[in-house]
Design a protein around this ligand. Structure first.
Ligand SMILES: N[C@@H](CCC(=O)N[C@@H](CS)C(=O)NCC(=O)O)C(=O)O
Length: 219
């Protein structure tokens, strides 16, 4: 199979979800790194008119939106299956992916993860403590719901890893690096244990910010 071109920026959690899925599937890929800002101008906006990361190109087929990309990759190479066969587990997978996009990233990840991890690393900025504090009530709501939905686990949608875990883990891993993580998971051990398990997966180890930055340099 010809390699899949992945347009991403090292550190992007959405980009990492795509890369981790490619690693889980053992599909050939080529990172096409973008520098922050380059995603807002041509030629990238010709692929992604909404100027977001990531996008892929495979045999001339261009695709953006992470959920669509993950499902494309899962259907492109059916094994190992990353979408459960059980109807309820599949619905749960879809639900978790949407919770990630609508509630975890927006107002939680893009505030706490950005202020604590991204802005200091990329811009040398000092975290905005007021913005972080203001994001915590929503963070607690999201974590409470994720914990309830996971129950006894081990994964979010059935007994094996799915696209839900691969979508969520890169976003959660940013929060894992912050002091807020302990507050958010103190009473939610299933989430803390799941994060530890995900962080040990080869697909997550192969796609850390540092590792993707190395790939970007070599590209
Ligand atoms: N709905 C999009 C969201 C992607 C997204 O928000 N990516 C962020 C960061 S990982 C981004 O491109 N941020 C840069 C910007 O908004 O300029 C998807 O699922 O791919």
């Amino acid at each position: 199979m010809s390699p899949i071109a992945v347009y991403s920026i090292p550190g992007s959690p959405y980009g990492r979800a795509v890369l981790a899925t490619l690693e889980e599937k053992q599909l050939p890929y080529r990172l096409c790194p973008l520098t922050p800002g380059a995603h807002r101008s041509e030629p990238y906006v010709l692929i992604h008119p909404f100027a977001k990361i990531p996008a892929i190109e495979h045999d001339g087929f261009k695709l953006y939106e992470t959920q669509a990309i993950l499902r494309y990759l899962d259907r492109l190479k059916p094994l190992p299956a990353l979408a459960p066969a059980d109807l309820h587990d599949l619905a749960r997978m879809d639900q978790i992916m949407n919770i990630n996009d609508c509630y975890l990233f927006q107002g939680v990840g893009d505030v706490i993860g950005f202020e604590r991890v991204v802005a200091p690393r990329l811009m040398g900025a000092t975290p905005d403590e007021a913005a972080i504090a203001a994001a915590m009530p929503k963070a607690h709501r999201v974590f409470a719901e994720l914990s309830r939905l996971m129950g006894d686990g081990p994964f979010f949608a059935g007994q094996s890893v799915s696209l839900a875990d691969l979508m969520l883990a890169p976003h959660m891993e940013f929060l894992f690096q912050t002091p807020e993580w302990h507050v958010l998971t103190a009473q939610r051990h299933n989430i803390a244990n799941w994060m530890e398990r995900m962080n040990e997966r080869p697909s997550m180890i192969a796609t850390t910010w540092t590792r993707v930055a190395e790939l970007a340099k070599a590209a």
